[in-house]
Design a binder for this molecule. Structure first.
Ligand SMILES: C[S@@+](CC[C@H](N)C(=O)[O-])C[C@H]1O[C@@H](n2cnc3c(N)ncnc32)[C@H](O)[C@@H]1O
Length: 259
């Protein structure tokens, strides 16, 4: 496994509470039939959602800006011989637009909040609208800020306990939460990534890794999607865990498409 995939899995793989919900919603909005069902997984990473969808028979296209993560996703899909199959595309989801259309476009794990503030998110929503097949659905998650008591500031080292840790080829990879910086329009989540060969010895490397999540409230998402031509079908909650904030998942159809 490449290093980017190891870090990605360390930070995101512990989230399992929403996996079943994504599968349920995808099955509901693109039920099995005698024709192939296609899904675009936006910000697919190493395939936390792509792989289960492919196992469920969907033909998945995973798009991500990070080519290393996609290499790992493609490797897993081959190794697991998924029923539906997975294709990968390295591209920025805000810029990428093709004539191919999909039955479903899914944006799990609050990835839409990584796409930038309003204007950039709107550009992505416009592309998504154009890339849906007639009757296709867009399913998007955002952080559930109301059910998540995110602190603001440096993490208390005494409260951290054991870091997220994995050992690969004799090297320990450890990820420590360092700070959450709350701004009016965004969160910055900062972690320190440390590698070492022995848990008692010195670190071989240590670097800060920051992720920015642009804040978007449910009302704002509904307004922006409505302005793009979507109508809300339903919203669901995926609960918070010790590791991760809860999220709200919204399913949309295009206004004017047959019900
Ligand atoms: C929070 S992770 C989600 C990974 C996976 N979907 C999951 O649910 O575990 C967000 C992913 O989005 C990707 N990403 C961020 N900005 C992107 C962009 N503009 N276009 C495509 N992918 C992007 C990141 O590289 C990362 O793999």
């Amino acid at each position: 496994m490449n290093t980017a995939a190891i870090w990605h899995d360390l930070d995101y793989a512990p989230v399992s509470t929403d996996e079943a919900l994504w599968l349920e919603l995808c099955q509901k909005y693109a039920p099995a039939s005698d024709r192939e069902r296609t899904v675009l997984d936006v910000g697919a990473g190493t395939g936390r959602i792509s792989i289960p969808l492919a196992h469920a028979g969907f033909r998945v296209t995973g798009i991500d800006v990070d080519g290393e993560l996609l290499i790992e996703l493609a490797r897993r899909a081959m190794r697991e011989r998924t029923q539906g199959g997975v294709g990968v595309i390295r591209a920025d989801a805000r810029e990428w637009r093709v004539r191919t259309v999909f039955d479903l476009i899914v944006v799990p794990m609050n990835t839409i909040q990584m796409l930038g503030p309003g204007e950039q998110r709107a550009r992505f929503l416009g592309h998504a609208h154009a890339m849906l097949a007639t009757g296709g659905k867009l399913i998007v998650s955002i952080m559930d800020e109301d059910s998540t008591d995110l602190y603001d500031g440096e993490t208390d080292p005494d409260a951290v306990g054991e870091p997220d840790r994995v050992k690969v080829d004799g090297v320990y990879y450890e990820s420590y939460p360092i700070a959450v910086r709350k701004h009016p329009d965004r969160f910055e989540l900062v972690r320190e990534r440390v590698t070492c060969r022995s848990l008692d010895g010195d670190a071989d490397s240590a670097q800060l890794h920051a992720v920015t999540l642009w804040r978007v409230s449910p009302i704002r998402l509904l307004r922006e999607t409505a302005e793009t031509g979507f109508r809300l079908l339903e919203s669901r909650k995926a609960g918070a865990t010790d590791e991760h904030a809860g999220s709200l998942i919204f399913a949309f159809a295009r206004r004017g498409d047959p019900c």
